[in-house]
Ligand binder design. Sequence first.
Ligand code: NIG
Ligand code: FE
Length: 453
Amino acid sequence: MTELLESFEPGLPLQAVAAAPPTARRVWRHARLATLADAAGWGLVERGAIVTEGARIAWLGPEADLPALGAGGVEEHDLGGALVTPGLVDAHTHLVYGGHRAHEFELRLQGASYEDIARAGGGIRSTVAATRAASEDELLAIAGKRLRTLRDGGVTTVEIKSGYGLSLEDEGKCLRVARRLGDTGITVRTTSLAAHALPPEFDGRADDYIDAVCQWLPQWHAQGLVDAVDAFCERIAFSPAQVERVFAAAAALGLPVKLHAEQLSDSGGAQLAARFEALSCDHVEWLSDAGVAAMRDAGSVAMLLPGAFHFLRETKLPPIAALREAGVPLAVSTDHNPGTSPTLSLPLMIHLACVDFRLTPEEAVRGATVNAARALGLADRGTLAAGQRADFALWSHAHPRELAYWFGHDACLGTVVAGVMTPPCAPGTALPPPRGTRAGQGRPVAGPARKSP
Ligand code: NIG
Ligand code: FE
């Protein structure tokens, strides 16, 4: 009974979404667009429309300017006045793991620190034990539910790290699960985080473990399992010198790197990451001025993770003003993981980034779209513009600033992934009318698809 309860995790299974045929033309009318297409501003288009062709946006603008679409084969969708933003990008997650750590949460509320628990053999190691014990299919089922919850909150692209297997076989298993999640239509970028913690069989032999990771990496890479390489550079994890060896192995394979840097202390991780032109440095609460300058020069994104900051009851704020002044792009993600950020709501992170880190609503929304895409090295999403991937999220808000304002409830009406409406708003399914919009006066948001004559 206990086992059953412990393995239960709420959420709905994720169904695959068939890709739009490359020639399928769809017009999405009656929308309020927030394109984020310029360097600043929301890029609002009132009463807008989008034309998609296959998985790409072919045109967007005021509905009154909709170009003639010619005869035949255009599928029409009435979005009922919904707000449409680029699909959200969750560029830092640890979605694949077994078990959970609610008991450690209780311990921390009683005064134990995250580092105390890790040093006592709990923390990441306890999740490693649960992950090793789970089969690939079990992990796929649990992580699929988590991904569905993320998507139902507007996410259409997700990064998934390994880091709870910590052996050749178990890291491979987790990376394969992440890859298989990409079959659902949502874009999944995989990251090897084998240098996350020292597994028990390497106790006292951290350098040997790093040697092993450097030998395993080419094997996962050869199996097509790795898009990027990450590490945890921290006094309870790996030193800059050890991380450097992992990054050198990544560079030899042509893989981009990113780093869990300056989360609990300043170890100069950002400067190290900059030498490898890291896509992003993540957490960065303890980032120094030298770290900010190194990130600016390397073009790295500052990945802010307000969920972990909140959950660990941290008080040291990332140097937002210095990052802003240096022109370092700010991104926001969930950092979903069982130890420091068990959240599956990216909109909630947008809210926390404003309240706790003092981002403006526009900065926070850019952080979860265009700058998060940049943190993954993806230039074809995160904005709404012709040529971009047809990934968007529909909201019951009148203005995009409301994405940062409301918190703790789901205002996402559904997503379009690569030009296809995902199941909650499948054509033919009437959605609840959005508040305060024209559709709120009784029209269905997504009416049955109809072919034009
Ligand atoms: O991003 N900091 C390291 N990794 C995770 C936490 C992992 C865990 O506690 O399970 C993070 O916060
Ligand atoms: Fe993380």
